[in-house]
Every structure is written in C-alpha cells, then in structure tokens.
Write a protein that binds this ligand. Sequence first.
Ligand code: ATP
Ligand code: MG
Length: 189
Amino acid sequence: MDAKKDLRKSIKKRLSEISLPQYEDQSYRVAQQLFKTDEWIEASTVAVTVSKVPEVDTFQIIRKGWEQGKRMVVPKCEPKPRKLDFRELKRFSELESVYYGLLEPIVSETESVSPDEIDLVVVPGLAFSKDGYRLGFGGGYYDRFLANYQGNTISLAFKDQIIPEVPIESHDIAVEKIITSEGVIIIGD
Ligand SMILES: Nc1ncnc2c1ncn2[C@@H]1O[C@H](COP(=O)(O)OP(=O)(O)OP(=O)(O)O)[C@@H](O)[C@H]1O
Ligand SMILES: [Mg+2]
C-alpha cells in the first residue's frame, strides 16, 4: 500500500530529527506512565521489542520489569512465515544483532514462551492514530500475532508519532492504549 510506504518514510525522517535530550526525556516520561498502568502492574509476563533508535527506548522498560520480578520476553522474527517467537530474556548479553541492526534473542540461550502466557504486549509502531490504529514497520508480524492474541496491548509513542489518521487495511488491528509523553490515550474513550 503506497500510502503506508510514503507515511513510513516521512515519519522515519521526522523521528530521526529528535535530539538526544528529547529522545531521553520523552522515552523516560513514556516509561514512567507505562509503569503506572494496571496492565503493567498486573502483568507477570510482558512482551516488548528491543528498541532501535529512534523508537521509544525499551531497555529501561526491560530493566524495570526485571527489577519488579516480571518475566520479560522479546521477539525473534521468523521471516518465512512472518511469525514472532517471543523468548524470555534474562540479561542483555542474550541478545545478538541480526539484520538492519535489530537485536534479537539468541535461540540457544533463551526459551520460547507461548503467546497465551503473555499478559501484556507492548506493540511497536512508527505512527499511531488516536483510535489505536498503528502503522508498523511493514512486515505484518504484529498484525498476524495480534489476530490470535487475547491479552492486553499497549503502544508507546513520541508525540510526533501521533497523527490524525493512519491508512488501514482489513488485517490491521488496533491497540487498546497508546502512551505518549503527554499522557495515556485509552481507545474507545
Ligand atoms: N493476519 C494476517 N494474515 C495474513 N497476512 C497478513 C496479516 N496481517 C498482515 N498481513 C500482511 O502483512 C503485510 C504487511 O502488513 P502491514 O503493512 O499492515 O504491516 P505493519 O502493520 O506495518 O507491520 P507489523 O504488523 O509487523 O507492525 C501485508 O501485505 C498484509 O497483507
Ligand atoms: Mg499493519
């Protein structure tokens, strides 16, 4: 879909212009708000991607989860079926750099966790609309995953990532909450 492609390009450009102080400030404020949500507080197992600049930093989220005794799981992408295999991460040294500089769990050092054991998925995206729709990175990995997922979903966003409208297709699935540095958007409110 060309509309999605064009939008991905322009959002990526906009995000690459965020300064380091802004990146740290907004990432910190987003994370603090996530930690106050019921979904986070009640979750024993949380799935989150390992962020790559300039996405909202998730390293501090993984650390906080560990400190609070949560099981933190991170995805390994399976490109052929375009599926996500979430694996428990116990330390950052269990990650390896794969394509495009993405960090993924090392299979021989981590255990796979079934989706029905995941209480909260922090869903990544490039842009979001206030009705919870999400422009992802284009693989359809999360749309496929969410189609069969029953637990809670939250996305994290810099304020520049909230846009009036996201182009959607029938397979796109909205998230339940979006957290920005300015506040929490609860879908359906
Ligand atoms: N549930 C599904 N079943 C089969 N194909 C799907 C499904 N969801 C998405 N796809 C396919 O994946 C491709 C990418 O979809 P889309 O552009 O929405 O990706 P995205 O939302 O940016 O990526 P992601 O979900 O990984 O964040 C599309 O060609 C779409 O047809
Ligand atoms: Mg999609």
